[in-house]
Design a protein around this ligand. Structure first.
Ligand SMILES: C[S@@+](CC[C@H](N)C(=O)[O-])C[C@H]1O[C@@H](n2cnc3c(N)ncnc32)[C@H](O)[C@@H]1O
Length: 269
């Protein structure tokens, strides 16, 4: 019989599995306490928390990350002094995460279309970033500070090393952005494919985050296909979801892309 409180026991058990060893405690406690309340059973709550973690995060990894090997490749590429070689390694790595992988086909067009419409960007926040900071070499910005947040501690360590190689002043922090959204004020915030994920934890949490992040411009995106690649009418669903949001202090435009529904929001406050 364990002497731990149920939530501590649940957190310890989840962190003992290789898949979730690097997930920050904050998000496990957030999900775990909801499941304990719902099910009233430790065993069921552990199972349900694992399932939720898979839905909101684990399912997006296409392979198990090899951060040490990837960092070696990035360092070698950097040493060549050839930006194209460095970018090629970034692309190789982005292929391993579903969300960045689906942007790769049109990566040049995506960031050209975005940054050509923006004023000079000097600070960026990337919330629930996944592997997206690996696209920094495509972002047209000067002397940028980049703040990256996700729930994986090992990913954040990797991104710190990456951002230093990419020549930006980088900050990467493992945290649950739902309970602890970033407070930093930036020129541009990426909230890519994140709102639907937070809405899976709690209805309204995605929109709350969107309103809390402090940025002159926010790039918000929604998936238009399921993780399995099926078209289930998601574009129409998220278009009307976005249109229904109260937009008193925004101006916005849409970026046309095949695989993602993307809005750029300009804050009018
Ligand atoms: C669909 S992926 C999007 C990744 C990235 N924004 C992109 O579009 O390339 C969702 C990401 O959200 C992260 N995530 C889920 N819930 C989170 C939370 N509460 N706090 C921080 N990150 C979270 C997951 O780990 C995963 O990397």
């Amino acid at each position: 019989m364990s002497s731990l409180e149920p939530l501590e026991e649940l957190t310890a058990q989840i962190r003992s599995s290789p898949k979730y060893r690097h997930v920050c405690i904050e998000i496990i406690r957030n999900l775990g306490s909801r499941e304990l309340q719902k099910t009233g059973s430790l065993k069921k709550a552990i199972k349900a928390t694992r399932k939720k973690l898979h839905q909101i995060a684990g399912a997006y990894f296409l392979t198990r990350p090899k951060y040490e090997e990837w960092m070696r490749k990035l360092r070698d590429a950097k040493k060549t002094g050839c930006p194209e070689t460095f970018r090629k390694v970034c692309i190789e790595i982005m292929k391993h995460h579903h969300s960045t992988n689906m942007r790769l086909k049109n990566i040049d067009e995506f960031y050209n279309a975005l940054f050509s419409k923006l004023p000079p960007i000097r600070s960026i926040a990337d919330v629930a970033c996944g592997f997206h900071p690996l696209a920094i070499p495509w972002m047209r910005s000067s002397s940028t500070r980049y703040y990256a947040f996700d729930i994986y501690e090992d990913l954040m360590e990797f991104l710190k090393g990456f951002m230093s190689l990419a020549g930006v002043e980088g900050h990467a922090e493992a945290r649950d952005i739902m309970q602890n959204p970033p407070q930093v004020k930036v020129n541009l915030a990426f909230i890519l494919n994140t709102i639907p994920v937070l809405e899976q934890i709690e209805k309204g949490a995605g929109i709350r985050l969107l309103n809390t992040v402090k940025a002159d411009y926010k790039v918000v995106s929604f998936p238009v296909k399921s993780l399995g690649g099926k078209d289930k009418g998601m574009r129409g669903y998220y278009e009307s979801f976005f249109q229904r949001m109260p937009q008193k202090h925004w101006d916005f435009w849409k970026l046309e892309t095949a695989n993602e529904l993307v809005y750029v929001i300009k804050s009018l406050k």
